[in-house]
Design a protein around this ligand. Sequence first.
Ligand SMILES: Cc1cc2nc3c(=O)[nH]c(=O)nc-3n(C[C@H](O)[C@H](O)[C@H](O)COP(=O)(O)O)c2cc1C
Length: 406
Amino acid sequence: MNIEKAVNFDDLRTQAKRKLPRIAFDFIEGGADDEFCLARNRDAFRRFRLLPRYLVDVTTRDQSCTLLGRTYSSPFGISPTGLAGLFRPHADLMLAAEAAAANIPYLMSSASTDSIEEAAQIAPHNTWFQIYGTRNETINDDLVRRARDAALETLVLSIDIPVNSNRERNRRNGFTRPLKMTPAIVFEAMGHPVWVIRYLRSGGMPMMKNWANYAPPGARAGDVADLYGTLTPAPAMTWRSLDRIRSLWPGKLVVKGILHPQDAVMAMHAGVDGIIVSNHGGRQLDSAPSPVEMLPSIRAAVGERVELMLDSGVRRGSDIVTAICLGARAVTFGRPTLYGAAAGGRAGVKKAIDIMRREVDTVMAQIGCTSLSQLGVANLYRERPLEYPSDDALARLVRDTVPDLD
Ligand SMILES: Cc1cc2nc3c(=O)[nH]c(=O)nc-3n(C[C@H](O)[C@H](O)[C@H](O)COP(=O)(O)O)c2cc1C
């Protein structure tokens, strides 16, 4: 199947699975522990129904969205994903270029394999830069400075990795630090020759380019990854770190990874402009709730003072419309565009964006909506748990029906 034949995100995933060695595919796909959270992210969306309204003129629909002071053409963007060059050389720049062409936000990870300066050149108005806390404040400050020097408008601080999580697929596949190319890994990879040729031609293990600046001159990709691995995560990070970044960063500041309404309020008081409600795509805390379950309480807690976004498990246009009904301005997704890049390079990323744009448009028409500002909870029906009669009521029922039992 070629990329043109993909009709939905799942087709892109199937193509990517075929093309990538297992160690790479599982790194994208996998979640923490038993991957319950991964499944919950999809299940939570299934609990909502969209209530259609008919006899509305939906000849023209507008899915443009104003987010943090800029108008984007669709209410979705690309989540930050580290090590994308492993799936396709220069995948980060492909994501940036296609995001700019489609006029949607592209959130570049600081763990990317192309640099922030390169992305800013390709997509100056669409690139946001995502950082984690690191154990070395000088490096963190420098990453913030580089985003500022690159004239980017939006910085994202991800706060949901106090420690590394238990990703069992990676451990089983040997995707651990330092990465050792065991015979089993090489043998399995040989079943994906096109990927192997691209990997070798591009120089092997891709370098985390944003971090290369902080390694000694001449450091190789593995050395840079080791440096990154020793300085992140930063378990001592607190709200003071957010205050510090707020004071350093003059532009729009977004915090990613919030699930608790109280944390949302604290972030609002720290002066953030936006929040991405996220469980990191089920990759961190396996018992975490799905963002779509928490969004209503977070919206209620912060009111209209902070712009809310959501990621984790968004796979359909109806998911996006549901999130907007619940109070999100926009959503992002991570794996689908990586699958697109792995399966078809730039054309694959474009395909993912086109699929989603079309799905949002169709759903809008189907529920009688011509502009996203019309959406609200009135468009939703939520599945309610079945109500069972109490034990007492059941006993009464039995007594009344079969009086002889007494
Ligand atoms: C391969 C991969 C790498 C990721 N790297 C980062 C990262 O560097 N920074 C970050 O904040 N989130 C990272 N994430 C999480 C995503 O930003 C996002 O929260 C998640 O993918 C959303 O879920 P979805 O994949 O179901 O759309 C990564 C996710 C994947 C799949």
